[in-house]
Structure formats: C-alpha cells, structure tokens
Design a protein around this ligand. Structure first.
Ligand code: SAM
Length: 246
C-alpha cells in the first residue's frame, strides 16, 4: 500500500495546528525524546554528533535537527510534507542545515552517505518499516547508526479508540497492529517486537540496544490521554531502537 500521498496531505493539513500545540514541548530544550520529552542525556541514545553527517528522517519542524546542527553535526532534515518543511525553515537557528522533501520509503541519497540516521516518531512511524529500514541501512556508511523512537506495541494494543485513550485493557490484537488508519487514507505503522527484529536484521543492521523510555511519575503525555495518568511509568509507551551497520 502506498501511503505517501495521503500522509503528505494529512501533514500538510495539520502542520500549523500541530506545531501550535506541540512545538512548545518538542522545542523546549534540545534533544527531547518522545511523548514525555525525556532528555537524551538520561537515555544516552544518540551520543556525540560533532562532525557527523546526520539525517533526520521525518524532521517535522526540525526541533531535533536544529539542536544537532548547533552542536556541530552536518545535518540534513528530510520530510514528506512541504508545510512541515516550511515550519522547519521558519524555526531554523544560526546553524543552517538543508531541508529536503522526500519519503522515507524512497530516500534520495547515495549509498554510504550518513553516519547517523535517526527520528523521533518520524519516518519509521509513518512509512512501512519493511521499506524504510532498508533505505536507511543503504544510505548509512559502515559503522553508521540508525536510531529511532516509536510507540510501543503495548501502547498501541491498549489504545481504546472509542474512549480516545490508552487503558489497562488489551483493546487491539497484538498480531494485527501493523497499520493504523489515521483518516482519509493516511497511515502510520506499528510492528510487533519480533517483526522489528526481523526487519532490522533483514536490512543487515546490528541491534545494539532497545531503550524503553520511562517517564518520572507525574510527567505529562503531550499527545495522548492515558488511564491511569501514570500509565507510562508502569508500562513501556515507547521503543527507542539503537542499531548500527557493521
Ligand atoms: C510526529 S512528526 C515527527 C517530527 C518531530 N519529531 C515531531 O515529533 O514533531 C511526523 C513527521 O513525519 C513526516 N512524515 C510522514 N510520512 C512520512 C514519510 N513517508 N517519509 C518521511 N516523513 C514522513 C510528517 O510530515 C511529519 O513531519
């Protein structure tokens, strides 16, 4: 299934409202991961990027790219949506970096050209992983890393559509998570743990770590209601994969 046109349409439609609502949280400080804004300094997923050639896959308004460019990385921000890229252009800091329109499924870059490909609920949540992961692996140089944060299968399986919240009850079949309809043909993607391992290993990547970001008690979720409010302190809401190309 080709979700590129519908996902592009969706993000062009919602970009302004999304940035209005979420940019204050995502951009509050450099290097904040996920729905709970957990600092990378606590999770140690990215490490030092000084002098590294870095691609943010689905950069949105580029809050991450802006921070890494300021740290001395040579960053490229790629996104499918021109509205999101326009937001990134408006938010760019003194350390300029190029923005490229493209899809994680069909990356417009040469093989072996990046030291780090990463995203936070970006291209690996919004493109079929069996297409996007091999593309990311192709453009990494040997030793280069693919690091990405996505929702956990726990979070998705416990999401109650009717109540619009994450609950303590299994609501969806684990083995049928796969694609999530986001309206008008737009689609996000969710794999089981086993399928993530298959897709990553199948693309020739080595899995170095699977970090399960755990917010402190009382940390708000900027995106979803959860019941109980401390759901993600008790169960893993996100998966932060750390891999490299041997
Ligand atoms: C939730 S945002 C992630 C950006 C940022 N980390 C954030 O949290 O706002 C998802 C981004 O993925 C982009 N996107 C959607 N489908 C994509 C695709 N197939 N390839 C690349 N980017 C895509 C959207 O345009 C959007 O900017």
């Amino acid at each position: 299934m080709d979700s590129i046109p519908a996902n592009r349409r969706l993000w062009n439609q919602i970009s302004n409202a999304y940035q209005h609502e979420h940019d204050p949280q995502i951009g509050a400080a450099p290097r904040l991961w996920g729905m709970y804004s957990i600092p990378d300094a606590h999770l140690h997923a990215l490490g030092d990027v000084t002098g590294k050639r870095v691609l943010e896959l689905g950069c949105g308004a580029g809050q991450w790219s802006r921070a890494l460019a300021a740290e001395g990385a040579t960053v490229v921000g790629l996104d499918l949506s021109e509205a999101q890229l326009a937001a990134a252009a408006r938010a760019m800091g003194a350390a300029r970096y190029p923005l490229v329109q493209g899809a994680a499924e069909q990356l417009p870059f040469a093989a072996d050209s990046f030291d780090l490909v990463f995203c936070d609920f970006g291209g690996l949540s919004w493109a079929p992983p069996h297409l996007a992961v091999p593309q990311a692996a192709r453009i990494l140089r040997r030793g280069g890393r693919l690091v990405f944060n996505v929702a956990s299968p726990w979070f998705e399986a416990c999401y109650d559509e009717a109540a619009s919240r994450v609950t303590t009850t299994l609501q969806q079949d684990y083995f049928r998570l796969n694609t999530i309809a986001e309206g008008d043909g737009a689609t996000s993607y969710q794999l089981t743990y086993g399928d993530w391992v298959k897709v990553l290993r199948g693309a020739g990547l080595i899995i170095d770590d699977l970090i399960e970001p755990r917010p402190e008690l009382g940390t708000p979720n900027g995106y979803n209601e959860t019941d109980p409010p401390d759901w993600a302190h008790r169960w893993p809401a996100e998966l932060l994969w750390v891999t490299h190309k041997p």
